[in-house]
Design a protein. Structure first.
Length: 443
């Protein structure tokens, strides 16, 4: 068993949960050192590669993470892939504790025929593409059709719908990749249909995001007033609902009362409909929807079906976690089984891989702080395993892994900001592994 002082903790994953965990550990009186391991050469997880580029204020949370990274007890090891470059057993040997904060790495499937036709995409792939994720730049989205359909009523669905509808002027000051800006500017899409399986009261999105739809320069937002006629159970739910839900519905009512102004594009929100099949020979040509009714809060299909032509479908029905080699995994919840973030003394989880893909960035602060409190409790109780001789640097050197340390990321950051500055953009992202690693070497 180790003494309580001088703990060494590895955090795997450098998104919000990882950084909030690092901050909580580094502020402990126990004298903790944190090594953060990240597969990409760049930190911040979905803050860099998930949050929509037209939401710079949300991305600004990375400034708090930068402060954490400058703590002398913190080290960043980017370009180090867990499971390939370093294994669970190795981390357990080198550290007193390991915290997994790897997020939810894949999308949920719809499980309907045609789901895998070309032109049907997980929304997460589109998000990663327009945000410059180096693994998603080879993708090619055909935006030539007149209608795109987005399945799901969460904030990711709204991000995708909004990004597809932005005008050149709205896109220009963002850090969306040049390729995505060009594709969206030249897109033939005239209507973006967002389809929710339940009603407006049950939608998972949040009021700011719903409100933004009404302010787009190049797109009308269209809601059928009939979709806002609530069944008695939804009326009752709304009366009891959180103010955020009521604000969502207020926005929708205001949209339903609007007359379209003839903007070049339209975002149409449709409720109580589920996709049954995606149709097409070589690629998606249409989507078949079924009308639902709500029974006990659940969407139950009716006999009413409709086929709508479309060239593109984004499936935005949530993320899910993937198993990590050597680490326990619950196939049902798609998370690491844990209690308050503790799997067992020495092994912890934080963020989406702990609780599932819910909440906003700030939710991870409470989540990670809870995990770290248990870790420190185990440390004080002398329950953490002692670490064996050796360091992560030695291990990585022996394996020939070129880690990108924090100074390397700062070099990437400087390069990107300098490229964006003359164009009034926050940065122009480096989008290939090669260019990222090259920039990191200029530290
Ligand atoms: P989400 O909020 O969980 O929404 C998923 C949506 O998909 C729900 O409307 C859900 O409907 C629907 N759905 C699930 N299975 C379905 C199916 N088989 N058929 C049709 N619809 C289905 O997930 P998300 O949008 O991916 O967002 C993930 C998290 O990130 C959320 O907490 C979100 O708020 C957050 N986020 C925040 C922001 C922001 O703050 N700006 C931006 C992006 C993401 P049911 O409710 O009926 O299950």
């Amino acid at each position: 068993m180790s003494s309580a002082a001088n703990l060494r903790v590895a955090i795997v994953g450098s998104g919000p949960a990882g950084f909030y965990a690092a901050a909580a550990l580094l502020s402990s009186e126990l004298g903790v050192e944190v090594d953060m391991i990240e597969r990409l050469p760049t930190p911040w997880g979905l803050v860099r590669l998930g949050v929509a580029p037209d939401h710079p204020n949300i991305k600004a949370v990375s400034r708090a993470f930068e402060k954490t990274a400058l703590n002398p007890g913190f080290r960043f090891f980017g370009n180090v892939e867990f499971g390939r470059d370093v294994e669970h057993e190795e981390l357990m040997r080198l550290y007193n504790a390991v915290v997994y904060s790897v997020g939810a790495q894949t999308d949920r499937a719809l499980g309907i025929p045609g789901e895998d036709l070309p032109g049907s995409w997980p929304a997460t792939a589109f998000v990663a593409w327009y945000n410059g994720h180096p693994d998603f730049q080879e993708l090619s989205f055909d935006l030539s059709g007149e209608r795109a359909v987005v399945i799901g009523n969460g904030n990711v669905a709204l991000d995708v719908a909004r990004m597809l509808a932005l005008t050149p002027e709205e896109l220009a000051p963002t850090d969306t990749t040049d390729e995505a800006i060009e594709a969206i500017n030249e897109s033939g899409i005239r209507e973006i249909l967002v389809v929710g399986r339940r009603g407006p009261v049950q939608a998972a999105w949040t009021p700011v995001e719903v409100g933004e739809l009404g302010e787009l320069a190049g797109a009308d937002v269209i809601v059928d007033p009939a979709d806002l006629e609530l069944d008695p159970a939804s009326e009752a739910e709304l009366a009891q609902a959180a103010p955020t839900v009521r604000r969502n519905v207020d926005h929708l009512r205001e949209y339903a009362a609007r007359t379209p102004t003839g903007k070049p594009r339209a975002i149409r929100l449709r409720f109580l409909s589920s996709p049954v099949a995606l149709l097409g020979e070589e690629k998606v040509e249409a989507i078949e929807l079924v009308r639902n009714k709500l029974v006990g809060g659940r969407a139950v299909t009716t006999d009413e079906r409709e086929t709508i032509t479309c060239g593109l479908v984004f499936r935005s029905v949530g993320y899910q976690g993937v198993p990590l080699p050597g680490v326990p995994f619950d196939e049902h919840t798609r998370t690491i089984p844990n209690e308050g973030g503790r799997v067992e003394p020495g092994l912890y989880a934080a963020g989406w891989i702990k609780r599932g893909p819910s909440g906003v960035i700030g939710t991870n602060k409470k989540d990670a702080t809870e995990t770290v409190a248990l870790l420190l409790e185990d440390a004080r109780a002398g329950k953490l395993p002692s670490r064996k001789a050796g360091t992560l640097e030695e291990l990585l050197t022996a394996k020939g892994v070129e880690a990108v340390m924090y100074a390397g990321w700062e070099a990437i950051d400087r390069t990107e900001r300098a490229a964006g500055e003359p164009h009034g953009r926050p940065r122009i992202k480096l989008c290939s592994w090669e260019s990222l690693l090259e920039a990191a070497r200029t530290k």
